[in-house]
Design a protein around this ligand. Structure first.
Ligand code: DX5
Ligand code: ZN
Length: 218
């Protein structure tokens, strides 16, 4: 069985000391660092862009898992590559050309991920499965941390897994993001998720190391 990867989302960190927060979470056993980029257009919230992210890079050697919740990801891929992204996930609902955006990420040797919002069916990513490394199933409406987990997204995980199996696509990672805590982690793992994103459940915990362990062993 594949190891479950835990990717704490820095959206819930104290941004006045973001570098130290990233170093801390890395020392506490995070596998990946999940970096939420929002443009105030694709989602009703604004975080930061590549010029800010580049300063995070020196605080951790972990895999930087960049989640772009922006309308035109293609325009910014190069900036995020230069700023130190290891994987770049963007939304199938965005305005950019999906194939061109995946190609741009792959061309730079980074892992391309494609995400679906709760109201988008899993089938929307089927045409691209051959050239991406990860599918992100949102388990909340993107935009904010601390929302309630949507359990009815689980069939989407199963649909992606079944389609990959049918087409002989191996090593596809399935990531879930939104409302993941020790309880919901068990559900998503059972459904077949490989990478668990968690913001408030990790950064809000008294003992972050323990919180990460709990998610991994749920
Ligand atoms: C939401 C972001 C998530 C968010 C998750 O749009 O994509 O990564 O930080 O936060 P929690 O784990 O608190 O739901
Ligand atoms: Zn995210």
């Amino acid at each position: 069985m594949k190891k479950t990867l835990i990717a704490p989302s820095i959206l819930s960190c104290d941004f006045s000391k973001a570098g130290n927060e990233i170093a801390d979470i890395s020392a506490c056993g995070a596998d990946w660092i999940h970096i939420d980029v929002m443009d105030g257009h694709f989602v009703p919230n604004i975080t930061f862009g590549a010029p800010v992210m580049k300063f995070f890079r020196s605080y951790s050697e972990k895999f930087f898992d960049v989640h772009l919740m922006i309308s035109d990801p293609l325009f910014y891929i190069n900036d995020f590559v230069k700023a130190g992204a290891d994987g770049i996930t963007f939304h199938v609902e965005c305005d950019s050309d999906i194939d061109a955006t995946i190609d741009e990420i792959n061309k730079n040797g980074k892992m391309a991920g494609l995400s679906v919002k709760p109201k988008t069916p899993a089938e929307a990513v089927f045409p691209y499965l051959d050239k991406i490394g990860m599918v992100l199933i949102m388990t909340v409406e993107p935009g904010f941390g601390g929302q309630k987990f949507m359990g009815d997204m689980m069939p989407k995980i199963e649909a992606i897994k079944a389609e990959c199996e049918k087409r002989g696509i191996k090593d596809m990672l399935i990531q879930v993001d939104g409302g993941i805590n020790a309880d919901t982690a068990a559900l998503v793992k059972k459904a077949g998720a490989d990478v668990l994103v968690a913001g408030s459940a990790v950064f809000g915990a008294e003992d972050r190391k323990e919180a990460i362990e709990k998610l991994r062993n749920a």
